[in-house]
Design a protein around this ligand. Structure first.
Ligand SMILES: [Ca+2]
Length: 182
């Protein structure tokens, strides 16, 4: 600012280091600031060394996208934990969300065999699984081949940067319709 020198530079109200210069010199000031996720406003104010300390103010907006280190938020909507299902079809439904986007949702059921479920894969550690890559996240499992009893199911999700959610586990009970014989 002219040739009256620089008396100080403030960044977000705090003086920067190396913020003075004489005459028409240049102040190579520096300042380290911590950014929050999202938009950050950085206010830089420079003052010259004239008697009335003229100042100039610049506002810089910086968007900070922090690295994504966590998997999606996933919720099992159907079937609910400890629900009793009468009939041979399980309808799965889940929601998943992630700042990086959801890559896929995986439904699984612990079962001794696949049964009539050609779209399902496995088993991995006793679980057969179905991968859904597009919302709404859902699956159908035919458990005609399974007897009455309790079964473990679960859902988990992966985001688009390869991070997995924790699995959400649930227990469901299969109970075949009981008929009354007269
Ligand atoms: Ca993520």
């Amino acid at each position: 600012m002219g040739n009256s020198g620089i008396s100080k530079v403030k960044v977000n109200g705090v003086r920067a280091s190396g913020d003075t210069a004489r005459g028409d010199g240049v102040a190579n000031w520096e300042m380290t600031i911590t950014l929050n996720p999202g938009y950050n406003k950085i206010i830089v104010e420079a003052f010259d060394d004239a008697p009335n300390k003229n100042s100039i103010l610049k506002i810089i907006t910086v968007k900070y996208n922090p690295p994504d280190t966590t998997g999606p938020e996933v919720k099992l909507i159907k079937p609910q934990h400890l629900s009793v299902i009468v009939g041979n079809i399980i309808e799965f439904e889940a929601t998943a969300s992630d700042p990086s986007g959801v890559d896929c949702v995986i439904f699984c059921i612990q079962s001794p065999s696949l049964g009539n479920n050609p779209d399902w894969s496995g088993p991995i550690e006793g679980f057969y699984y179905y991968i859904d890559e597009t919302p709404p996240y859902s699956a159908i499992y035919d458990w005609t081949h399974l007897g009455d009893g309790t079964y473990s199911i679960g859902v988990l999700a992966k985001d688009k940067v390869g991070r997995w959610s924790n699995p959400v586990a649930a227990i469901i009970e299969k109970r075949l319709p009981k008929f009354l014989y007269l």
